[in-house]
Design a protein. Structure first.
Length: 270
């Protein structure tokens, strides 16, 4: 009961992080002339991704997490510029938000959530397709393998890359549980937007615009809020476990018991 009480207090006051708190960079995919995926009824990836990112920012700020967006409006930001912004900000995490689509013969047959982190080799044909789609807007600037060779030579990036896998699984499992969505798995692929990240970086494909029922749902504000809430829970869970190395929670409790333990062991922090 004591733990429950502590959690309640934290929820009411917002957790206090010792040093100002972790910084999360959210990256709404595409923007400006680059619309990303478009559903048959006209829902556009760039707009829904931005809406979800805004809602997620608000959710994370409730947990005293500092949040930066790679774009706050409908503007075109280069893929490499997005991760550069996160590196320059010394961000603890980078989460790129996208909506998926399938080739025409699979429309209305495939729905659900896929989560990705970076690797040189895609983990399958589908992962390769998704990376190709998301990388397409980079045009000629892409030099994936060179960038990856660079990553593997940098110790900080190697550690970040290792943690990215944990972040991807934490966030993915939370999304599947909360949204009761079809689980299309965690995969790896060479996404330009994740290359060179000095912090754990993932790309979440939170639904399929090529599935008409799912596209309709994705347009609804309530559903966007549900996605944002779930992403926030996954991110905070990860920050408490892994990010906690750098940002210890500072909570004064009665009786000297470690309130940090109480939080990390709580059911909400699975
Ligand atoms: Zn996208």
């Amino acid at each position: 009961m004591h733990r429950l009480f502590t959690l309640l207090l934290l929820a009411l006051s917002g957790a206090a992080w010792a040093d100002g708190g972790p910084v999360v960079v959210l990256d709404p995919g595409h923007g400006g002339p680059k619309t990303g995926a478009v559903s048959t009824s006209g829902e556009r990836e760039k707009e829904i991704a931005l809406e979800i990112a805004r809602k997620l920012k608000a959710e994370l700020e409730k947990a005293s997490v500092r949040v930066l967006l790679t774009r706050e409006s409908d503007k075109d930001v280069e893929l490499k510029e997005r991760i550069r912004l996160a590196n320059d900000a010394g961000a603890d995490l980078f989460v790129s938000i996208h909506l998926n689509s399938m080739p025409k013969r699979y429309w209305n047959r495939v729905r659900g959530i896929e989560t990705y982190f970076l690797s040189m080799e895609a983990t399958g044909e589908r992962a390769q397709q998704v990376a190709a789609l998301e990388n397409a807007e980079a045009g000629e600037q892409a030099a994936p393998t060179d960038d990856l060779a660079f990553i593997l030579n940098d110790l900080a990036q190697t550690q970040a890359h290792r943690d990215a896998s944990r972040l991807a699984y934490t966030v993915h499992q939370q999304l599947i549980a909360d949204l009761k969505a079809s689980d299309r798995g965690v995969h790896q692929a060479p996404f330009i937007v994740l290359m060179g990240a000095q912090m754990p970086a993932i790309l979440a494909e939170v639904g399929f615009l090529s599935h008409s029922a799912e596209a309709k749902q994705l347009r609804e504000e309530a559903h966007q809020e549900k996605i944002a809430g779930s992403l926030a829970r996954g991110i905070v869970t990860f920050l408490e476990k892994v990010g906690g190395r750098d940002h210890a929670l500072e909570v004064k409790g009665e009786g000297g018991e470690s309130e940090v333990d109480a939080l990390t062991e709580s059911p909400s922090a699975r």
